[in-house]
Write a protein that binds this ligand. Structure first.
Ligand code: GRF
Length: 186
């Protein structure tokens, strides 16, 4: 069994949570940054840090084939924990099963409220006074795995989705490294 303190991060985009996980790594080491988008801006940053990266354009690849190749890269780098950080592709049941209990995600709401997309607009539309972010285990059901850690963030009367997103993102960048450090040592 691979060392849980060796972490592979999966991204699809800008990778601000990935940067926070790398920059504040304590109790774990990032051994791979992998993406289903070869031009994800976060990959350039990871390469510039000298981190090992892996990327394959998932657009025209069968999900099982893509996830098998991703799993192989994760194994080859000896990663025992997987941290999803803005990874925008559904994982195959086989992949989820294979890494069950070893894969975490950060989600921009106070789960179980607002699984899925557009969390900030939905929180505003509901008239909520508070939102936040959640680190949770990844299971076959979207955003439904066991909750590991949460941070509450106030919603201001003048908030739009973009301003709320910025406030919550700042909280994500503090929560995720701490929650991952706790998770790998638990
Ligand atoms: C974050 O809001 C995260 O909670 C969600 O996707 C977004 C990723 O942003 N899962 P970034 O790529 O980490 O900047």
């Amino acid at each position: 069994m691979a060392d849980p303190r060796r972490v592979a991060i999966l991204i699809s985009g800008r990778g601000s949570n990935m940067r926070a996980l790398v920059g504040q790594a304590a109790g774990y080491e990032v051994v791979l940054v992998a993406s289903n988008k070869p031009h994800a801006p976060g990959l350039d940053w990871a390469r510039a840090q000298g981190l090992p990266t892996w990327a394959w354009d998932s657009k025209s690849v069968d999900r099982e084939i893509f996830d098998a190749a991703l799993g192989k890269a994760i194994d080859e780098h000896g990663a025992g924990t997987i941290a999803l950080a803005g990874y925008m592709r559904m994982l195959s049941p086989a992949f989820v099963e294979r890494f069950a209990g070893r894969m975490v995600n950060i989600h921009p709401s106070l789960l179980p409220r607002y699984r899925g997309l557009d969390t900030h607009a939905r929180a505003l539309a509901a008239g909520d006074k508070v939102s936040g972010c959640t680190v949770h285990l990844v299971t076959a059901e979207l955003d439904a795995g066991a909750i590991l850690a949460q941070t509450e963030v106030p919603i201001e009367p003048e908030d739009a989705p973009a301003t709320l997103e910025q406030r919550i993102l700042a909280a994500e960048h503090l929560l995720y490294p701490r929650a991952l450090g706790d998770f790998v040592s638990s």
